[in-house]
Design a protein around this ligand. Structure first.
Ligand code: ADP
Length: 304
Protein backbone atom coordinates (compact mmCIF):
# COMPACT_ATOMS: atom_id res chain seq x y z
CA UNK A 1 0.00 0.00 0.00
CA UNK A 2 1.18 3.53 -0.72
CA UNK A 3 2.38 5.48 2.31
CA UNK A 4 1.35 8.76 0.64
CA UNK A 5 -1.03 9.02 -2.26
CA UNK A 6 -1.82 12.52 -3.53
CA UNK A 7 -4.23 12.97 -6.42
CA UNK A 8 -4.67 16.23 -8.25
CA UNK A 9 -3.99 18.36 -5.18
CA UNK A 10 -4.27 22.12 -5.59
CA UNK A 11 -4.13 24.82 -2.98
CA UNK A 12 -4.87 28.43 -3.76
CA UNK A 13 -4.65 31.39 -1.40
CA UNK A 14 -6.63 34.15 -3.12
CA UNK A 15 -4.42 34.80 -6.16
CA UNK A 16 -1.47 32.71 -4.95
CA UNK A 17 -1.25 29.14 -6.28
CA UNK A 18 0.71 27.22 -3.65
CA UNK A 19 0.05 23.74 -5.10
CA UNK A 20 -0.97 23.10 -8.66
CA UNK A 21 -2.59 19.73 -9.49
CA UNK A 22 0.02 17.73 -7.70
CA UNK A 23 0.04 13.94 -8.15
CA UNK A 24 2.48 11.94 -6.06
CA UNK A 25 2.75 8.42 -4.72
CA UNK A 26 5.32 7.48 -2.11
CA UNK A 27 5.57 3.75 -1.53
CA UNK A 28 5.78 2.17 1.90
CA UNK A 29 9.43 1.85 2.98
CA UNK A 30 10.77 4.60 0.73
CA UNK A 31 12.91 7.52 1.81
CA UNK A 32 11.62 10.36 -0.30
CA UNK A 33 13.19 13.81 -0.54
CA UNK A 34 10.96 16.73 -1.36
CA UNK A 35 13.05 19.49 -2.89
CA UNK A 36 12.29 22.94 -4.11
CA UNK A 37 13.29 26.58 -3.78
CA UNK A 38 11.68 28.76 -1.13
CA UNK A 39 8.02 29.35 -1.83
CA UNK A 40 7.70 26.24 -4.05
CA UNK A 41 4.89 24.81 -1.91
CA UNK A 42 6.74 22.19 0.18
CA UNK A 43 5.35 23.25 3.56
CA UNK A 44 1.89 23.66 2.10
CA UNK A 45 1.94 20.05 0.93
CA UNK A 46 3.17 18.79 4.31
CA UNK A 47 0.48 20.88 6.00
CA UNK A 48 -2.15 19.29 3.75
CA UNK A 49 -0.88 15.85 4.82
CA UNK A 50 -1.28 16.91 8.44
CA UNK A 51 -4.69 18.45 7.75
CA UNK A 52 -3.46 21.86 8.95
CA UNK A 53 -4.36 23.16 5.49
CA UNK A 54 -7.36 22.07 3.39
CA UNK A 55 -6.64 21.58 -0.30
CA UNK A 56 -8.76 23.66 -2.67
CA UNK A 57 -9.04 20.57 -4.89
CA UNK A 58 -7.91 16.96 -4.84
CA UNK A 59 -7.23 14.53 -2.04
CA UNK A 60 -4.34 12.99 -0.15
CA UNK A 61 -4.23 9.64 1.62
CA UNK A 62 -1.78 8.24 4.14
CA UNK A 63 -1.80 4.43 4.25
CA UNK A 64 -5.24 4.58 2.70
CA UNK A 65 -6.69 7.09 5.20
CA UNK A 66 -7.92 10.32 3.67
CA UNK A 67 -5.93 13.09 5.39
CA UNK A 68 -8.93 15.42 5.49
CA UNK A 69 -11.81 13.00 6.17
CA UNK A 70 -9.86 10.56 8.35
CA UNK A 71 -7.26 12.98 9.67
CA UNK A 72 -7.03 11.42 13.13
CA UNK A 73 -6.46 7.90 11.80
CA UNK A 74 -3.90 9.24 9.31
CA UNK A 75 -2.04 11.26 11.95
CA UNK A 76 -1.86 8.24 14.28
CA UNK A 77 0.56 6.67 11.82
CA UNK A 78 2.81 9.74 11.54
CA UNK A 79 5.74 11.17 13.46
CA UNK A 80 6.22 14.79 12.51
CA UNK A 81 8.89 17.43 12.69
CA UNK A 82 6.96 20.48 11.51
CA UNK A 83 8.22 23.73 10.06
CA UNK A 84 8.41 26.46 12.67
CA UNK A 85 7.84 24.02 15.54
CA UNK A 86 7.88 25.36 19.07
CA UNK A 87 8.78 23.83 22.39
CA UNK A 88 7.17 24.39 25.77
CA UNK A 89 9.57 26.68 27.59
CA UNK A 90 8.63 25.52 31.07
CA UNK A 91 8.84 21.77 30.39
CA UNK A 92 12.08 19.80 30.55
CA UNK A 93 13.32 17.72 27.65
CA UNK A 94 12.18 14.57 29.39
CA UNK A 95 8.71 16.02 30.03
CA UNK A 96 8.36 16.77 26.31
CA UNK A 97 9.07 13.15 25.44
CA UNK A 98 6.72 11.93 28.21
CA UNK A 99 4.03 14.19 26.80
CA UNK A 100 4.51 12.69 23.32
CA UNK A 101 4.42 9.16 24.78
CA UNK A 102 1.11 9.88 26.57
CA UNK A 103 -0.51 11.53 23.59
CA UNK A 104 0.50 8.69 21.26
CA UNK A 105 -0.38 6.03 23.83
CA UNK A 106 3.12 4.62 23.34
CA UNK A 107 5.46 2.87 25.76
CA UNK A 108 8.91 4.15 24.79
CA UNK A 109 11.49 4.85 27.49
CA UNK A 110 11.98 8.65 27.52
CA UNK A 111 15.71 8.52 28.25
CA UNK A 112 16.33 6.06 25.42
CA UNK A 113 14.69 8.45 22.97
CA UNK A 114 16.69 11.40 24.33
CA UNK A 115 19.82 9.29 24.05
CA UNK A 116 19.10 8.54 20.38
CA UNK A 117 18.79 12.21 19.55
CA UNK A 118 21.89 13.07 21.58
CA UNK A 119 20.42 15.15 24.43
CA UNK A 120 20.11 12.60 27.24
CA UNK A 121 22.48 14.67 29.39
CA UNK A 122 20.09 17.59 29.10
CA UNK A 123 16.95 15.61 29.92
CA UNK A 124 16.32 17.52 33.16
CA UNK A 125 16.85 21.01 31.72
CA UNK A 126 13.98 23.25 30.71
CA UNK A 127 13.50 23.60 26.96
CA UNK A 128 13.82 27.40 27.31
CA UNK A 129 17.52 26.77 28.01
CA UNK A 130 18.00 24.66 24.89
CA UNK A 131 19.87 25.95 21.86
CA UNK A 132 18.10 25.87 18.49
CA UNK A 133 19.92 22.65 17.57
CA UNK A 134 18.96 21.00 20.88
CA UNK A 135 15.31 22.02 20.46
CA UNK A 136 15.43 20.55 16.95
CA UNK A 137 16.76 17.28 18.35
CA UNK A 138 14.06 17.29 21.01
CA UNK A 139 11.27 17.72 18.47
CA UNK A 140 12.81 14.94 16.37
CA UNK A 141 12.76 12.77 19.52
CA UNK A 142 9.06 13.50 19.95
CA UNK A 143 8.49 12.49 16.32
CA UNK A 144 10.24 9.15 16.91
CA UNK A 145 7.95 8.21 19.82
CA UNK A 146 5.68 5.24 19.13
CA UNK A 147 7.62 3.93 16.11
CA UNK A 148 5.58 5.82 13.50
CA UNK A 149 5.01 4.20 10.11
CA UNK A 150 5.67 7.50 8.38
CA UNK A 151 8.09 10.23 9.42
CA UNK A 152 7.22 13.63 7.96
CA UNK A 153 10.03 16.10 8.38
CA UNK A 154 9.93 19.68 7.18
CA UNK A 155 13.52 20.93 6.69
CA UNK A 156 14.85 18.64 9.44
CA UNK A 157 18.44 19.84 9.45
CA UNK A 158 17.75 23.54 9.93
CA UNK A 159 19.60 24.65 13.02
CA UNK A 160 21.89 21.60 13.19
CA UNK A 161 25.65 21.80 12.89
CA UNK A 162 27.38 19.38 10.45
CA UNK A 163 27.72 16.71 13.16
CA UNK A 164 24.07 17.11 14.08
CA UNK A 165 23.06 16.82 10.44
CA UNK A 166 25.11 13.62 10.08
CA UNK A 167 23.47 12.18 13.21
CA UNK A 168 20.07 13.12 11.82
CA UNK A 169 20.85 11.22 8.60
CA UNK A 170 21.91 8.21 10.65
CA UNK A 171 18.62 8.27 12.58
CA UNK A 172 16.66 8.51 9.34
CA UNK A 173 18.54 5.46 8.01
CA UNK A 174 17.82 3.50 11.19
CA UNK A 175 14.15 4.43 11.08
CA UNK A 176 13.96 3.40 7.45
CA UNK A 177 15.62 0.05 8.27
CA UNK A 178 13.01 -0.49 10.98
CA UNK A 179 10.44 -0.20 8.19
CA UNK A 180 9.34 3.44 8.46
CA UNK A 181 8.63 5.46 5.33
CA UNK A 182 10.43 8.79 5.38
CA UNK A 183 9.28 11.93 3.64
CA UNK A 184 11.29 15.06 4.15
CA UNK A 185 11.57 18.44 2.57
CA UNK A 186 14.90 20.13 2.20
CA UNK A 187 16.80 22.71 0.29
CA UNK A 188 20.07 21.15 1.48
CA UNK A 189 20.83 18.95 -1.42
CA UNK A 190 23.60 16.82 0.07
CA UNK A 191 21.19 15.72 2.77
CA UNK A 192 18.80 14.44 0.17
CA UNK A 193 21.45 12.85 -1.98
CA UNK A 194 22.90 10.98 0.99
CA UNK A 195 19.73 9.25 2.16
CA UNK A 196 16.94 9.33 -0.42
CA UNK A 197 15.71 6.55 -2.68
CA UNK A 198 13.79 9.06 -4.80
CA UNK A 199 13.37 12.79 -4.93
CA UNK A 200 10.64 15.07 -6.17
CA UNK A 201 11.48 18.58 -7.31
CA UNK A 202 8.75 21.10 -6.72
CA UNK A 203 8.56 24.48 -8.36
CA UNK A 204 5.69 26.96 -8.28
CA UNK A 205 3.45 24.28 -6.80
CA UNK A 206 4.14 21.79 -9.59
CA UNK A 207 6.26 18.67 -9.44
CA UNK A 208 8.75 19.23 -12.25
CA UNK A 209 10.57 15.92 -11.70
CA UNK A 210 10.12 12.77 -9.63
CA UNK A 211 12.78 10.11 -9.97
CA UNK A 212 15.76 8.39 -8.44
CA UNK A 213 18.89 10.51 -8.39
CA UNK A 214 20.32 8.20 -11.07
CA UNK A 215 17.20 8.69 -13.17
CA UNK A 216 17.45 12.46 -12.87
CA UNK A 217 21.09 12.29 -13.95
CA UNK A 218 20.17 10.22 -16.98
CA UNK A 219 17.38 12.62 -17.87
CA UNK A 220 19.97 15.37 -17.97
CA UNK A 221 21.54 13.58 -20.94
CA UNK A 222 24.34 11.97 -19.00
CA UNK A 223 24.61 15.04 -16.86
CA UNK A 224 28.29 15.64 -17.30
CA UNK A 225 29.87 18.66 -15.70
CA UNK A 226 33.02 20.05 -17.28
CA UNK A 227 35.34 22.32 -15.34
CA UNK A 228 37.53 24.07 -17.90
CA UNK A 229 40.51 26.35 -17.38
CA UNK A 230 41.59 28.55 -20.30
CA UNK A 231 44.21 31.25 -20.87
CA UNK A 232 41.65 34.02 -21.23
CA UNK A 233 37.90 34.03 -21.80
CA UNK A 234 36.55 36.50 -24.36
CA UNK A 235 33.36 38.41 -24.41
CA UNK A 236 30.68 36.23 -25.98
CA UNK A 237 32.47 32.92 -25.33
CA UNK A 238 29.84 31.75 -22.83
CA UNK A 239 26.99 32.61 -25.23
CA UNK A 240 28.73 30.71 -28.02
CA UNK A 241 29.18 27.63 -25.85
CA UNK A 242 25.48 27.71 -25.01
CA UNK A 243 24.64 27.35 -28.69
CA UNK A 244 26.51 24.01 -28.96
CA UNK A 245 24.18 21.01 -29.21
CA UNK A 246 23.87 19.15 -25.88
CA UNK A 247 24.98 22.05 -23.68
CA UNK A 248 22.66 22.66 -20.75
CA UNK A 249 24.35 25.42 -18.80
CA UNK A 250 27.56 27.41 -19.07
CA UNK A 251 28.84 29.70 -16.35
CA UNK A 252 32.10 31.66 -16.12
CA UNK A 253 33.68 31.76 -12.66
CA UNK A 254 36.30 34.32 -13.60
CA UNK A 255 38.38 35.31 -16.66
CA UNK A 256 40.05 31.94 -16.92
CA UNK A 257 37.63 29.29 -15.60
CA UNK A 258 34.21 28.14 -16.61
CA UNK A 259 31.83 25.32 -15.84
CA UNK A 260 29.59 23.65 -18.37
CA UNK A 261 26.91 20.98 -17.92
CA UNK A 262 26.32 19.03 -21.07
CA UNK A 263 25.66 15.63 -22.60
CA UNK A 264 28.61 13.27 -22.90
CA UNK A 265 28.67 13.74 -26.65
CA UNK A 266 29.01 17.52 -26.38
CA UNK A 267 32.25 17.44 -24.38
CA UNK A 268 34.67 17.31 -27.30
CA UNK A 269 32.62 19.82 -29.30
CA UNK A 270 33.10 22.33 -26.49
CA UNK A 271 36.85 21.84 -26.27
CA UNK A 272 37.22 21.96 -30.06
CA UNK A 273 34.92 25.02 -30.21
CA UNK A 274 37.09 26.86 -27.68
CA UNK A 275 40.28 26.02 -29.59
CA UNK A 276 38.72 27.06 -32.90
CA UNK A 277 37.90 30.40 -31.29
CA UNK A 278 41.58 30.83 -30.50
CA UNK A 279 41.19 30.17 -26.79
CA UNK A 280 43.88 28.04 -25.20
CA UNK A 281 42.44 25.24 -23.07
CA UNK A 282 44.88 24.89 -20.18
CA UNK A 283 43.05 22.14 -18.37
CA UNK A 284 39.69 20.42 -18.19
CA UNK A 285 38.13 17.78 -16.00
CA UNK A 286 34.81 15.99 -15.96
CA UNK A 287 32.60 15.53 -12.93
CA UNK A 288 29.34 13.68 -12.57
CA UNK A 289 26.42 16.07 -12.22
CA UNK A 290 25.56 16.60 -8.58
CA UNK A 291 22.05 16.87 -7.29
CA UNK A 292 22.68 20.59 -7.06
CA UNK A 293 23.27 20.83 -10.80
CA UNK A 294 20.06 18.93 -11.41
CA UNK A 295 18.18 21.16 -9.05
CA UNK A 296 19.42 24.24 -10.91
CA UNK A 297 18.50 22.67 -14.22
CA UNK A 298 14.98 21.72 -13.17
CA UNK A 299 14.14 24.85 -11.27
CA UNK A 300 15.92 27.20 -13.61
CA UNK A 301 17.38 29.29 -10.84
CA UNK A 302 20.90 29.17 -12.26
CA UNK A 303 22.53 31.49 -14.73
CA UNK A 304 21.74 30.17 -18.17
P1 ADP B 1 8.00 26.32 0.72
O1 ADP B 1 7.69 25.49 1.94
O2 ADP B 1 8.39 25.48 -0.45
O3 ADP B 1 8.98 27.40 0.99
P2 ADP B 1 5.26 27.30 1.04
O4 ADP B 1 4.42 26.07 0.98
O5 ADP B 1 5.54 27.87 2.40
O6 ADP B 1 6.63 27.04 0.25
O7 ADP B 1 4.58 28.44 0.16
C1 ADP B 1 4.09 28.24 -1.16
C2 ADP B 1 3.42 29.51 -1.67
O8 ADP B 1 2.18 29.72 -0.99
C3 ADP B 1 4.24 30.78 -1.45
O9 ADP B 1 4.07 31.61 -2.57
C4 ADP B 1 3.62 31.39 -0.21
O10 ADP B 1 3.74 32.79 -0.23
C5 ADP B 1 2.15 30.97 -0.35
N1 ADP B 1 1.50 30.81 0.97
C6 ADP B 1 1.80 29.87 1.91
N2 ADP B 1 0.99 30.00 2.98
C7 ADP B 1 0.15 31.05 2.71
C8 ADP B 1 -0.92 31.69 3.41
N3 ADP B 1 -1.31 31.27 4.61
N4 ADP B 1 -1.54 32.72 2.80
C9 ADP B 1 -1.17 33.15 1.57
N5 ADP B 1 -0.18 32.60 0.85
C10 ADP B 1 0.48 31.56 1.41
Amino acid sequence: MAAIDATDVSKRYRTEVALDQLDLTVEEGETFGFLGPNGAGKSTFINVLLDFVKPTEGSVGIFGYDCQKDGVAARNRIGVLPEGYSVFDRLTGRQHIEYAIRSKNADDAPLDILDRVGIREDAHRKASEYSKGMAQRLVLGMALVGEPDLLLLDEPSTGLDPNGAAEMRQILREENERGATIFFSSHILEQVEAVCDRVGILQNGKLVAVDTIEGLRDALGGGTKLAITVDQLREGTISEIKTIDGVETAVAHDDTSLEVTCSNEAKMDIIVGLRDAGIDVVNFRTEEASLEDMFIKYTDVGQR
